[in-house]
Design a protein around this ligand. Structure first.
Ligand SMILES: [Zn+2]
Length: 452
């Protein structure tokens, strides 16, 4: 080892797959992790000593909507927010503006956009349009998309349509051959549309009516339906966001039965409560499925019970003007979250559990890397993995959304105090965020194909 001179050493308290290693070091060569150690440092061209700060494998956001507003160039702003939030790989959803990713041509265009605009690495979901048929699924899978996503409710007629049950069944059948998960946006369209119509008719269009417009029955009906189709086909059915403990319990029951089912949590469901927060946040906390009331404790219990497969941001790149409109039913659903996912989740974990660093690493790095087929390239500090690293400094840090890097500069977390901040981020060995400034560049990001 004394013969070798590494490109870089990153030193700190390493969050390893099995333990925390104080005064550990990660040695980087050619963008990959070459060695892990402790004690005296080997020779290197550069040494970044982060003292006792926590050194994590780069975080993988399992659910980003980078391009739903600004189109494919939206990768530039969104990926800078990712780096400032310690996220080195975004798993991007297929609902691009103006057209979704459902053909090989659109996949090629999106990969080119990643490699032109993105500051971080990107894995890609694909989708299938209503009536399109499943012929594109095998080629898209072969080209490296990490999963398919469909919706039980229309959010936009072209970009984000609703898939009817016969199409959904055919997609699940075709997915089995590819081995890819199929993710569902789980809300029943008829129930939600009827509830919205009734509320509008009654003149109830202020933010507190978002929650009753999307009753738990709508979420559970869509979730249960999809799990049953998973049971019938043998497909991997992935519920991309569950807002209520009943959903996690239902997925767990299907898992026990042997169904390939997984349940994703978005971090805002673990943080906000509709009764407590809608008065001060209004449309700034509008997400779908909605943030519910009185379930925070039970959701945290599901995390402790092992019923949550991963935690993601569901970052949506909506400007605040798109939210602050007269009727809550015209406000865009979705919130920015790449920059706050790790600091807010770490803060809440530290207040509730004895091992916040380990749980954070598992839920926001290891598990998404494995689910989306990025392991063993992403998701761990271990030799041979990409040298993607996020350094977390603990302390007391007020969050000011006006300084965000996503080009949106608003957040429901604005004004909160976090117990951690991202002090540095590295992608493939290069420092791309120094705790104050983005030091990477557009086009450094790469498409990460799913490992076969
Ligand atoms: Zn989403």
């Amino acid at each position: 080892m004394s013969e070798t001179s590494y490109d870089r050493i990153v030193r700190g308290t390493l969050v390893l797959p099995d333990r925390l290693l104080e005064q550990g070091w990660v040695a980087v060569s050619d963008g990959r992790i070459a060695a892990i150690g402790e004690g005296p440092l080997p020779a290197a061209k550069a040494v970044d000593d982060h003292g006792s700060s926590l050194v994590f494998p780069g975080f993988v956001d399992g659910q980003t909507h980078a391009t739903s507003y600004k189109g494919l160039p939206g990768f530039a702003d969104t990926s800078q927010a990712a780096l400032a939030g310690g996220i080195t790989t975004m798993v991007d959803m297929p609902y691009d503006n103006p057209d979704p990713l459902n053909t090989m041509e659109r996949l090629e265009a999106k990969i080119a956009a990643v490699e032109a605009h993105s500051y971080c690495d990107v894995a890609l979901y694909a989708t299938i349009a209503p009536g399109q048929g499943t012929a594109n699924m095998a080629p898209l899978a072969k080209a490296g998309v990490c999963a398919f996503k469909i919706s039980a409710i229309e959010s936009h007629p072209v970009r984000f349509p609703r898939l009817p049950a016969d199409d959904t069944l055919a997609i699940l059948e075709a997915s089995v051959e590819t081995g890819l998960p199929v993710g569902l946006h789980n809300e029943d369209q008829e129930i939600v549309r009827a509830a919205i119509a009734a509320l509008k008719k009654a003149g109830r269009t202020t933010p507190e009516y978002h929650l009753p417009s999307r009753p738990l029955a709508a979420e559970m009906a869509a979730t249960a339906n999809f799990l049953e189709l998973g049971q019938a086909t043998g497909a991997h059915v992935h519920i991309v966001h569950i807002s209520h403990p009943r959903g996690y319990d239902l997925v767990a029951r299907y898992k026990e039965e042997g169904v390939r089912a997984t349940a994703e949590m978005c971090v805002h469901y673990l943080h906000f409560d509709a009764d407590r927060d809608v008065g001060r946040l209004g449309a700034r906390m509008k997400v779908s499925p909605p943030i519910r009331s009185g379930v925070l404790g039970a959701l945290w219990q599901r995390l402790e019970d092992g019923k949550i497969d991963l935690v993601s941001s569901d970052h949506s790149s909506w400007p605040v003007d798109n939210k602050l409109v007269p009727s809550i039913f015209d406000a865009g659903a979705g919130i920015p979250g790449l920059e706050t996912l790790v600091p807010s989740f770490y803060t809440d974990l530290a207040a509730r559990l004895p091992n916040p660093a380990r749980v954070l690493c598992e839920q926001v790095s290891e598990r998404p890397a494995k689910l989306f087929g990025l392991w063993p390239r992403k998701g761990a500090l271990a030799p041979g993995f990409d040298a993607d690293i996020a350094v977390l400094e603990t302390g007391s840090f007020p969050f000011d959304a006006s300084h965000s890097h996503d080009g949106l500069n608003w957040s429901p977390y604005d004004g909160e105090t976090f117990g951690a901040r991202v002090a540095a981020t590295y992608v493939r060995g290069r420092k791309v965020w120094d705790g104050v400034n983005i030091t990477g560049e557009a086009g450094y990001g790469r498409f990460v194909p799913r490992a076969s």
